[in-house]
Design a protein around this ligand. Structure first.
Ligand code: GLP
Length: 263
């Protein structure tokens, strides 16, 4: 796992946008896995800025979102579908036919989940999956106890997640209790993973998933199993890492390491 510690939220967002931009430039028809939540908003803003400057073309990009609340139609301003158009898709030249967000109103949820997995396969798999992390250590909506081999399915949200997400709704009772989410196993099949986290509130969870044991109780810890996972943090989120100095040292040596590897 490559751990990059940046100064603040802005720097974290720019560093994450660098990784995504590099992927788009290298493969203009790349398949991107995308995430919602407050954390990636700055990353999306930076990608939009680069697109407006003529540096990034999304016309051939295909996207798959991680999750969606069950029960919310795409028009609901708290649906993840709405979030993605509001924070990214409406501001770049993406082809809406290439956009996939799980349906919050699927009639047959199990059938829908199988279809979603098939669509990812048909697209050739996800090249780069962007992730945030929930307070309880979840990725997408893979709450504690989710199998590390899980696939796209319905999940019941924890009280902690409902509480965390209540800030976006008028009342706590309005927060859906169920979601459709890619599984940990689905996420681990992406060729590259990029997790972003900021703020001291996330510090303990971040330390657990990077330096603690691999466990279904902290589903982000499954990133330890992935051959190409990058974690970009700000100082706050990195503040409880035991080996922060080592990660900073490794990052400082990167140009030299690259020179040794690639000349
Ligand atoms: C939700 C999403 C996750 C996201 C998490 C953290 O639970 N399903 O994908 O990582 O929120 O959100 P935030 O970035 O707002 O802390």
């Amino acid at each position: 796992m490559e751990v990059i510690i940046t100064k603040d939220y802005d720097e974290m967002s720019k560093a994450a946008a660098d990784v995504i931009a590099e992927q788009i430039l290298r493969k203009p028809n790349a398949v991107l896995g995308l995430a919602t939540g407050g954390t990636p908003v700055g990353t999306y803003k930076e990608l939009i800025r680069r697109h407006k400057e003529g540096k990034l073309d999304f016309s051939k990009i295909v996207t798959f979102n991680l999750d969606e609340y069950l029960g919310l139609p795409t028009t609901h301003d708290q649906s993840y579908h709405y979030f993605m158009y509001d924070n990214l898709f409406s501001h770049v030249n993406i082809n809406p036919q290439n956009v996939h967000v799980p349906s919050g109103t699927a009639v047959n949820v199990e059938e829908f989940c199988e279809w979603y997995e098939d669509e990812i396969d048909k697209a050739g798999g996800i090249d780069l999956q962007l992730l945030g992390i929930g307070g309880d250590g979840h990725i997408a909506f893979n709450e504690p106890g989710s199998s590390l081999g899980s696939r796209t399915r319905m999940k019941t949200l924890t009280e902690e997640t409902i509480e965390d997400n209540a800030r976006f709704f008028d009342k706590r009772e309005d927060v859906p209790r169920f979601a459709i989410t890619m599984g940990v196993g689905t996420i681990l099949e992406a060729k590259k993973l990029l997790l972003v986290a900021n703020g001291e509130k996330k510090a303990e969870t971040v330390a657990k998933f990077i330096e603690g044991p691999i466990t279904s109780q902290v589903t982000a810890s499954a990133l330890q199993l992935h051959p190409h996972a990058i974690v970009i943090l700000d100082e706050g989120a990195a503040s409880k890492l035991e080996h922060a100095d080592y990660y900073k040292w490794v990052y400082a040596q990167k140009p030299k390491a690259m020179e040794l590897l690639h000349g």
